[in-house]
Design a protein around this ligand. Sequence first.
Ligand SMILES: [Zn+2]
Length: 215
Amino acid sequence: MPEKIDTVYSACDRAIKVMNRENLKLFGQLKASRFDELNVIRKVTELYRTSAENARKRYYEVAFEVYVLILMWCGTDAKTAHEMAERTITEKWVASILKDPDLMTLYSFDAEAERKAQRLVEALSATEWKIREIDKALKLWSRQLGQYAINVTDYAAMQAYEDAGIEKVQWVTQKDEKVCADCGPLDGKVFLLQDVPLKPHWGCRCFWIAVLETD
Ligand SMILES: [Zn+2]
C-alpha cells in the first residue's frame, strides 16, 4: 500500500490544473471588460458563482475517484467500491463539505466565495489599478480552490476508511518534492480513525494508510 501513496493526490492535482485554466479564462474576461459600476457588481458576482459551480463539479469527481481508490486499497473489489461510491459520494456530500466552516481553513468555502467577490467589487470601485486587483483576487481564489481540492481528497479518504471498517491509520508524509517539513514529527504515527489530528498547515499533502490488524 505505501508505495502507491503518491497516487492519492493525482485526482486533486488534475482538478487543480483544470480549475486554474478555467479561472485564467474567467478572470481574463473580466480584465477585458468595461468597469462601469453596475456592471462590476454583476460581473464579479457572476464570475465567482460560475467558478464555484465549476469547482463543485471537479470536487465531486475528485471525491468519487479517491473514495473508490481507498476502498480498493482496503480490499474492496472494484464493482462494490463503485456501487458504494454512487451511494455515498453525492453532490449533497460535496455540498455539505463546502457549506460549513472547515476546521483547517477556518472558513466555509461558500461563504468565503461570496466574501471574495464582495472584496473584489470594493477594490475595483476604489482603485484605478483594476488589473492588478483582479490578478491579486485570482491568486487568492486559486489558493482557496487548491486547498479545498486537498480537503475534499482527505474527507473522501476518511469516509472510505470509515466505510471499509478501518479503525486505525498511520500518518505518512509525502515522499516527493512537496513533502511537508512541518509534519515530520507526525510521520509514521498511528491514530484511531476518529483521533487523526487536523492537518497542521495549508497545502499539507500528508496522507494516511490503513493499519490492518494483521500488520
Ligand atoms: Zn503535511
